[in-house]
Design a protein around this ligand. Structure first.
Ligand code: NAD
Ligand code: AKB
Length: 310
């Protein structure tokens, strides 16, 4: 049985991915790791290792000594936080990737998952049904790091015969762990504020359409991609992954059906220009053709589930 390490396991995706991987491969096969010293309660039993991915030598030692064969690398600064600390965001997002890519190149890691994002696109990209191959001129430090990361993943796959797999996730909606400082976080905050206060101050304008996805779909996509036969995968960098598209106003209108009297106010801040540079919807036909990807949760279902659990 292969040993799996999740780096950034305390985050929004990491918690749910760790649980799903343990469910599939067994609790002892999947090690959760994060820079945070305290294990989030939601992770339950299973090994939790405090690890700073920027400590290259310590990470290498741990992975080699523990005979880890698969890494899911989720540690990163997200779009909004990265704009506030661009130097550190570049350092974290790139150095973490090279540490893991090099272990794959040296043959220690048989497989790696590293997430990219819709942030790789920019304001010169066609915004509707954004294709896999198109103009890519990201304007955020986060987007630049993701695009550079994608190019390096492809480079390692082509030159060193590594098996690095990646998805360009849209904004992910979930309730088990809080979001980590992204531009799409409004689509989670809105549920907490609607239930707590019956009103929400949205940091994006009412008509800002963005691609989004429910976490269960994103986790399933990740596991399906990682289990797909390598020879079926035409994309050696990162796959476009479509989900659903909605605006804050559409989300609010739907919420009002469940919470009568819910109000929303719009006060766009610096995150508006980030959102304005991203696609509205994604063409993920390569994922559909290569590994039979299909999104399942629509907005109505997401709202129902979020309101039950938040
Ligand atoms: P998050 O911020 O919720 O989680 C990141 C985790 O990494 C945190 O638990 C943090 O403590 C940990 N971390 C930070 N620095 C670390 C370090 N030096 N060493 C070890 N761990 C460290 O982020 P997330 O939303 O779970 O995103 C995970 C990945 O998915 C990121 O690469 C992100 O860019 C990508 N992504 C996320 C979304 C989304 O909507 N959540 C969308 C597209 C792409
Ligand atoms: C963010 O908003 O930064 C993330 C992402 C889409 O990459 N959710």
């Amino acid at each position: 049985m292969k040993k799996i390490l999740v780096v950034g396991a305390s985050g929004q995706i990491g918690t749910e991915l760790t649980l799903a991987l343990r469910n599939k491969w067994g609790i002892d096969q999947v090690i959760a790791s994060d820079i945070k010293t305290e294990k989030p309660a939601v992770l339950g039993p299973g090994i939790y290792q405090t690890l700073d991915i920027l400590e290259r030598d310590a990470v290498r030692k741990y992975i080699i000594e523990e005979k880890i064969e698969v890494v899911y690398l989720l540690a990163a600064l997200l779009s909004a936080t990265a704009e506030k600390q661009p130097d550190f965001a570049w350092k974290l997002n790139m150095e973490s990737l090279f540490t893991i890519l090099d272990l794959a190149k040296e043959g220690y890691l048989k497989q790696v998952f590293w997430p990219s994002s819709i942030a790789v696109f920019g304001s010169t990209t066609p915004r509707t049904d954004t294709p896999q191959y198109t103009v890519m001129e990201p304007t955020t430090v986060y987007g630049i790091s993701k695009l550079a990361g994608e190019r390096w993943c492809e480079y390692y796959n082509q030159h060193f015969n590594t098996d690095i797999r990646s998805l360009r996730y849209p904004g992910l909606i979930s309730y088990k762990s809080p979001p980590g400082g992204g531009t799409t976080d409004y689509a989670i905050e809105i549920f907490h504020e609607a239930k707590r206060r019956g009103t929400y101050n949205c940091f994006l304008s009412k008509d800002t359409a963005l691609p989004m996805m429910f976490m269960d779909d994103a986790i399933r996509a990740t596991m399906e991609l990682m289990e797909a036969p390598k020879e079926h995968l035409r994309i050696k960098s990162s796959y476009n992954l479509g989900g659903i598209t909605f605006t804050p106003q559409e989300m609010a209108n739907n919420l009002q059906r469940h919470i009568p009297g819910f109000t929303i106010h719009y006060a766009p801040d610096f995150r508006q220009s980030i959102a304005d540079s991203w696609p509205k919807s994604i063409d993920d036909s390569y994922a559909r053709e290569d590994w039979n990807w299909k999104n399942t949760f629509d907005l109505a279902e997401i709202i129902k589930i979020m309101l039950q659990h938040v």
